[in-house]
Design a protein around this ligand. Structure first.
Ligand code: ADP
Length: 357
């Protein structure tokens, strides 16, 4: 069976339509001078001729035909890109504005906070100076001969003055800490002795409430350590003072032992305890579990805030465990180094110290 196909103008138009070219011709020979050509051979491979085109820009036809769709697509893309750009630049501008607002608000808050701390530091200092004068004179007068009634009144003046001084000291400490102007001393300290004497300082107050104070110093704590003794005493005093204040019966224990990074201090009590929901805000400034006007316990709510600040300044952390009605344990661990240096006598608490009661 022989199958043949006529390669004539109709066939050529079909190929032109398929390929998107035009001016296809059938030529004899090799079609030299054509832009593109295809050989036409017989089944034996003999070249019969060529299909050639002289179109100068082949493919333009296709492009020309597809141009409306391509242009429409491009227009849509450009429109989408423009909308996107407008949105992105809008968002960027908003972010920039927000950042400027935030920076301004932060700077203002920092300036206000610094002004507050400075004011607090100044005013505390200005009150402390005359108050020390009052307390000094009261101490001198207490040496004089006084009637019982006068002595009682003098004791009230001195107690109240000490309480006021303790409060001012706390405020001044906090202001200094907030202003970043708080510096810790580094000297050789007999920490065992410091812990024992801090416990002993509260024995009178504890005895008045029928509480006993136990001080336990592990043998490895003996010797000299580098620390800020006055501030360590302040932290311990705050915790022991609270333990005694918030306990009505039982005991308060002060314990110190070596820990992997230094020393671990614990103050336990058998007092009123703290509810779980109150534990979180315990170390915030001016926070008291019972803030009602009818509360039983005096205080400012500054002691634990200062305690935490001091412990953290010393590189440690303070934590608390407590059960309502059973008691509490405050514990802090300090990274402390031993030293061979000669020991200084343990520092005394500052005049006034924490209000003890
Ligand atoms: P202050 O004792 O002057 O009120 P603190 O910051 O020392 O302030 O303590 C904050 C609050 O934490 C106290 O008012 C008390 O409610 C609670 N608290 C602290 N220590 C104890 C404790 N050992 N037992 C029970 N509650 C405590």
């Amino acid at each position: 069976m022989i199958s043949a196909r006529l390669i004539g103008p109709v066939f050529l138009r079909g190929i032109e339509a398929d390929l998107g070219v035009h001016d296809l011709t059938i030529a004899q020979g090799d079609g030299r001078g054509a832009t593109a050509e295809a050989l036409v051979t017989d089944p034996g491979g003999k070249v019969l001729g060529v299909i050639a085109t002289r179109a100068s820009r082949p493919g333009m036809g296709i492009l020309g035909r597809a141009a409306p769709e391509i242009l429409a697509g491009l227009a849509i893309l450009i429109a989408a890109a423009t909308v996107l750009m407008i949105r992105v630049s809008g968002a960027l501008a908003r972010m920039e504005r927000n950042e400027r607002d935030l920076t301004k608000a932060r700077d203002e808050a920092q300036a206000a906070n610094q002004a507050k701390s400075q004011f607090l530091a100044n005013i505390s200092h200005e009150i402390r100076t005359p108050l020390n004068g009052v307390l000094g004179m009261a101490q001198l007068m207490a040496i004089d001969e006084l009637s019982d009634r006068q002595r009682e009144r003098m004791a009230i003046i001195m107690d109240s003055g000490q309480a006021l001084l303790a409060l001012l000291n706390d405020l001044l400490d906090l202001a200094r800490m907030e202003a970043g102007k708080f510096e810790l001393a580094q000297s050789p300290i007999d920490i065992a002795l410091l812990v024992k004497s801090t416990g002993a300082a509260f024995e009178g107050m504890a005895a008045q409430k029928g509480l006993s104070i136990r001080v336990e110093v592990a043998p490895e704590v003996e010797g000299a350590w580098i620390a800020d003794g006055a501030r360590l005493r302040q932290v311990l005093s705050n915790l022991v003072s609270n333990a005694v204040k918030f306990s009505d019966a039982g005991w308060v224990s002060v314990h110190v032992e070596a820990s992997p990074s230094g020393l671990c201090f614990s103050v336990r009590d058998t007092g009123i305890g703290i509810a779980p929901e109150d534990l979180l805000r315990l170390f915030d400034k001016f926070q008291q579990v019972d803030a009602s006007s009818t509360r039983r316990f005096a205080g400012t709510g500054l002691g634990l805030a200062i305690t935490r600040e001091l412990v953290e300044l010393m590189g440690g952390v303070v934590r608390v465990e407590s059960r309502l009605g059973e008691g509490s344990m405050f514990q802090f661990e300090l990274p402390l180094q031993r030293t061979d240096a000669t020991l200084l006598p343990p520092p005394h608490s500052r005049l006034g110290g924490r209000r003890q009661g």
